[in-house]
Design a protein around this ligand. Structure first.
Ligand code: PLP
Length: 297
């Protein structure tokens, strides 16, 4: 694991922030997770744009520009020299006296963590996973907006614990209306009669970058894909379902609690989209225009 703390490469044991950092005290921080392909960060501009949006969502001024984030990230990746990396970029409110007022804090801190990307086990894709439809509801967008990727993650932690009790891979949360929202670290899609659906952004979810790319890939390949309000029944009656997340791309879902989804094995549309997703990654990473090309995606 390699850590860049405010522009300084530090060892794991030196990688510390103050207990007075409001990120620690109040979960007053934001973050992004990015992965590399061929050693290069994938869709970094989109992740940095979402980091900027998250910053705006909590009235935080980023301590460095997107260009500087790129330079710092490249420095950290060069130090790490992993074949493929998992990257976490964190910005905290900074150190300050106790009190909610952000003006108590000095400047925000940034942290770039680079770790070796551990490939997901093949059986995840070959056999699919099960999800728990948990009792923990996704945060209300007018309370702690799920569109902000904040370090205030207790909502996800509690949901995840519920799924873990059932030994399920992910926890699927409903929003306050009882509609499907998202999982603790992934977005959900259902497939019915070769038509894709995923909860709309106004259902109160993170605008997943993989979700967005999958919607575009579906469209490019002539599959109907819509963003809408979905009920738990839509999932239970689906032919197929899958999760999307940067680090693991497209993960087939074959069970929700005790219900088998579709035929209980990863479906044809899911496999097709995953193959197309991998092709798209290759295309983007090998494009001479990269990273400009990614902005079109
Ligand atoms: N939803 C939540 C709550 C997440 O934390 C994540 C990623 O960590 C996602 C969805 C998937 O987002 P992305 O595709 O941008 O990785």
């Amino acid at each position: 694991m390699f850590v860049n703390l405010n522009g300084k490469m530090v060892s794991k044991s030196e990688a510390k922030v103050s207990i007075f950092d409001h990120g620690f005290l109040y979960g007053d921080s934001i973050y992004e997770t990015v992965r590399t392909y061929g050693g290069k960060p994938f869709l970094l501009d989109l992740h940095l744009a979402r980091l900027q949006e998250s910053a705006q969502g909590i009235y935080l001024e980023l301590p460095i520009s997107p260009e500087q984030f790129k330079l710092e990230l490249n420095r950290t990746l060069e130090a790490a020299q992993y074949l493929e990396s998992y990257i976490r970029i964190i910005v905290t409110r900074g150190e300050g006296d106790i009190g909610y007022n952000p003006n108590l804090c000095g400047s925000p801190s940034f942290i770039i963590l680079v770790n070796q990307l551990v490939p997901a086990p093949a059986e995840l894709y070959e056999r699919g996973v099960s999800v728990s439809l948990v009792s923990v509801r996704r945060n209300l967008a007018s309370a702690i907006n799920p569109a902000v990727k904040s370090g205030n993650l207790l909502n996800q932690v509690l949901a995840w614990m519920e799924a873990a009790r059932h030994k399920d891979y992910e926890a699927l949360m409903l929003n306050y209306k009882g509609e499907l929202a998202e999982c603790t670290m992934s977005n959900i899609f259902v497939v019915k009669n070769r038509r894709l659906s995923t909860p709309a952004l106004d259902c109160g979810i993170l605008p997943g970058i993989t979700r967005k790319l999958v919607l575009e890939i579906a469209q490019l390949n002539g599959l109907e894909a819509k963003e809408s309000s979905l009920s738990p029944q839509d999932l239970l009656e689906a032919d197929e379902a899958f999760l999307t997340v940067t680090s693991r791309e497209i993960i087939p879902v074959v069970r929700c609690d005790h219900h088998v989804i579709g035929s209980g094995v990863p479906g044809a549309a899911t496999k097709f989209l995953h193959a197309k997703y991998k092709q798209k990654v290759e295309e983007l990473m090998n494009s001479s225009l990269y990273p400009i090309a990614e902005m079109k995606s």
